[in-house]
Design a binder for this molecule. Sequence first.
Ligand SMILES: [Zn+2]
Length: 151
Amino acid sequence: MKCVYCGSNKTKVIDTRHDTQGNVRRRRECENCGQRFTTLERAILTTPLVIKRDGRREEFDSHKLISGLRIACARRPISAEDFDRIVDRVEYTIRQSGRTEIPSHTIGDIVIEELRKLDEVAYIRYAIVYLGMSDVESIRAEIDRIRAQRY
Ligand SMILES: [Zn+2]
């Protein structure tokens, strides 16, 4: 990092602060002229593109995710805060992955994991739609699996 006063390359970091958004503020001192200055490194969090089952790419859409959740969770004891928390969890996880593209089933897996903890009926409904469980046998097998975990 060049000194903003004299242009010298000899600067040292004397203090580093991280904020909750992932930004880093560094207090620096120039070893040439002795001036101090602060630099800010802004975290650029990018949300990866979602690779759909048919291979198309689309932007991650939290509204779409919430509307899918609302359908799965209709008349179930799941609050708006729960939806928000699930969406936050998904966004956080896919951003942290550092990938530029992510398969839609990865998002489905995160949602399913969260729903499983909240409500079994909502979980099964979501799984039927988003895992494409189309036959009674695979749905029954999944229900049996949950029951086995519970007892
Ligand atoms: Zn300087």
